[in-house]
Each structure stands twice: as C-alpha cells, then as structure tokens.
Design a protein around this ligand. Structure first.
Ligand code: PGA
Ligand code: ZN
Length: 425
C-alpha cells in the first residue's frame, strides 16, 4: 500500500517573464495540495531538446499550452493518481512510457516536466523536508553564481555576438558575500554603461543584463572588467561566456559570424586561445555549434584548464553526453531540466557527468517564472555553479533569494564552491 498517495494532479496555463504561456502543475497528496511547479522555456534553444508542445492557431500567437495542460489533467493525472508520491523514478518512467516518443512530442515535455517537478516538491513537502534535502541528504554546496551582466545574441536588442558575458565571484567567502559583490558590481556597471553608451544601453535583456550597442567582444569584456576594478573586488572575480555558437553558425558555408566577421572552426578556436591569454576567463559555453563533437574535443584540448560547457551540444541528454564522453568533447554539461523533460533523466545525466570527471552547471532558461526550483536543484546536486541571470528581475532574483535561505538553513554545514566550482565535492 502506498504511504502517501497522489490524490489529484491539476495543470493550468500561466505566463512566463516574457508574457509567453507556460505550464504550472499542482500535485495533491492524500487530499492536500502539496507541490506546485512552473515549467521554464528557452529562446536560444538547441535542436535536440525535448519537445515543447504549443497549441498553434491565433491565441497567444500560437504559443498557448492548453493542449499540454489537457494532457496533464486527463492522461497523466489518470495514470498517476493513486501512486506513492515519493516514487519519483517510477513516476517519471511511467510518463516517459505513456508518451512513447523519443523526444516527448506526444504529451509534450512541458506537460511531463511540470508533473515531474511538482511531484518532487509534493513529496518533499509531504515528508516535511526542504526539496534539496529530500533529493540528497548530503546536499551542502552553495553554487558560484555565474552572473550574466551584459546580454547579447538572441537574448538582447544589440549586435553583440555572444549571448552572455558572465562574471563569477569565485573568491567570495560565502554565497551571500558572492551575491553582494555581484549586486554592487552591477550597480557600478549600469551608470558606467549609460555614461558611455547612452541611456538606452541600460535597458535590460532577457536575463537582466545591460544591452550596450557593442559589437566587439573585448570592448564588452573591458566594460565588465572596468566595473569590477572600480568595485575593488577584482582579485575575487573571474569571467565566462555563453557564446551560443549554434546561432552564429551558417550550415551552408560552415562558417561562424563573430563580431561581424566570418570565421572557420579553426579560426574560432584561435580566437578563444588568444582571448583566454588576455583575460582571466575560466569557462566558455557552446563555443562551437551543436553538431560539432569533434570541434568541441579540439577546443577542449586547445584551451586546457578552461571549463568548456556543452549546452546545445548535450541538451542535458545522457545519450548525447555519452557521445561526448567517447570523444572527450567539452568537460562540463549545462543542466536544464526542460531540455530532457523529467527530473529523473536530468539527475542521471548529472550523475554520468560527475562520474566521468565532467562538471555540471545548473541553468535557468531565458523564459523563467518566479518559481525558484533550480536553486534547490543545484544544491541537491552539489553542483557548484548556477547560471540564473543578473541580480535583477524577480524571475532571476527568486533563485538567488532562495539560495540565501538555503545557505541560512544549512548554517555551518554550507560550503561555498568558490574556485572549486567545477569539482566542488
Ligand atoms: P535559452 O538561453 O534559455 O534561451 O536557451 C540560455 C542559454 O543558452 O544558456
Ligand atoms: Zn547556452
């Protein structure tokens, strides 16, 4: 007999931070509402991600999720009602089987993920545990926040080729100190940017960073470095990018568009070799396009000691990671639960990464809600690093603020990942 039975599952359509519909799911246990979770959504997506089911038609410009909601309320709820809410693996496996497609295109990964996450939360609440503790009794690592303070690419209104210019306060003594440093640096960066590039430059991009009209990568880095220097925290800060190079790549010519110039793969690798020799850069995400496992192996070798993260390359998918492990492509995985569609599968990908010496960087999507779930997940994984935007806009700060609560709850058991962000335990 199950001890804590799922008595109802109910989904609804809500909107995310861009005003685009997404799925929210409630899970009831023994007649009590115990867990609620929202599904995030990307804009700069990889081709191999699980399928996000949208309604089409004219309502919400075709982006409605009423079909996904109906799939939860009818098909998934029917199948899972009566199951023990703590049986996460079996619940996720059942949904994968019920869907029956390799990319969850029948029920929609957004339908399945909403249930998967709400079940985890409901189980934790039923057992009276914080989510990170329910998922891992050894959870204790607070992540380095990878703060995307300058936005470019698909997440902005400027012509900067790279999507995210990130600073990492690895030298802080704690997560709360790291957060304070970044908020202080952002407060210096904003007026500096306005002074140099005009007031429109400090409108914010999808992840809360400023959007100066810059094309040259070094110019953006210099701006960031100067704000850091003025803050007095320079010795504690290192830098990272998300290049999202899939979106800079032209399949027809096999060339990349960097800073308005057309580069071959080899030229891209040389570009980064030079850049990392000039700046304290420690991490580069998607420097090459999503199909180039061989190129990722080459750049990982060439930039020895630098974290190379596969986002569009791996899409949090175990099979794609396995392919990367064979060829030594990249050395870290970007971890986005909605790329794969269940918590169990995402956890398996993280385990596979850690076991093989790869890092795991937990990440927001550009389309988020106020749900702070990934804060608990990064601590549950002892992941050591989280990308969740600038320290502004509530859908971003919700995650940072939840991490502050977790740090307080853990007290002296908390360890800040700091410079060991890629291998924190
Ligand atoms: P996305 O962007 O959520 O729009 O995919 C973030 C990223 O590429 O890391
Ligand atoms: Zn990315």
């Amino acid at each position: 007999m199950p001890q804590h039975k799922i008595s109802a599952i109910k989904a609804r359509e809500i909107i995310d931070c861009r005003g685009t519909p997404t799925v929210q799911v409630d899970v009831w246990v023994d007649g009590v509402l115990r867990g609620r979770a929202d599904v995030p959504s990307g804009r700069s997506t990889g081709s191999y991600e699980a399928y996000e089911l949208r309604d089409g038609g004219t309502r919400y410009g075709g982006f409605g999720v009423q079909k996904a909601v109906a799939n939860v309320n009818a098909i998934i709820a029917d199948a899972l009602t009566g199951k023990d809410v703590t049986e996460q693996r079996s619940i996720d496996r059942d949904m994968v089987a019920l869907d029956g497609t390799p990319n969850k295109s029948h029920l929609g990964a957004n339908a399945i993920l909403g249930v998967s996450l709400a079940v985890a939360r409901a189980a934790a609440a039923t057992l009276d545990l914080p989510l990170y503790r329910y998922l891992n009794s050894e959870a204790h690592v607070l992540p380095v926040p990878m703060m995307n303070l300058i936005n470019g690419g698909k997440l902005s209104s400027n012509d900067l080729c790279f999507q995210e210019f990130i600073m990492m306060p690895v030298g802080a003594a704690s997560f709360s100190e790291a957060l304070r440093m970044t908020a202080e640096i952002n407060a210096i960066l904003r007026p500096m940017t306005a002074e140099r590039y005009g007031k429109l430059a400090i409108n914010v991009g999808d992840e809360g960073g400023v959007v100066p009209p810059i094309v040259d990568v070094r110019e953006a880095l210099d701006l960031l470095c100067e704000a850091v220097a003025r803050s007095g925290y320079a010795e504690h800060i290192v830098y990272a990018f998300d290049c999202a190079a899939t979106h800079l790549y032209d399949k027809a010519t096999s060339r990349y568009s960097f800073e308005g110039r057309s580069l071959t793969r080899d030229e891209v690798i040389r570009f980064f070799e030079k850049l990392v020799s000039e700046y304290p850069i420690v991490s580069i995400e998607d420097p090459l396009q999503e199909d180039d496992f061989e190129g990722f192996a080459e750049i990982t070798r060439a930039l020895r000691g630098i974290q190379i993260i596969g986002d569009d390359l791996f899409v949090t998918n175990k099979d794609r990671l396995a392919q990367g492990l064979v060829s030594n492509s990249a050395n870290s995985v970007l971890w986005k639960v909605n790329q794969i569609g269940t918590l169990t599968e995402a956890m398996e990908t993280a385990t596979m990464a850690f076991r093989n010496g790869y890092g795991v960087c937990v990440s927001e999507r550009s389309g988020e809600t106020e749900d702070p779930m990934i804060a608990d997940l990064v601590v549950a994984l002892n992941g050591g690093q989280i990308k969740t935007g600038a320290p502004v806009r509530s859908e971003r700060t919700a995650k940072y603020n939840r991490l502050l609560q977790i740090e307080e709850e853990l007290g002296s058991a908390a360890t800040y990942a700091g410079r060991a962000f890629r291998r924190p335990v």
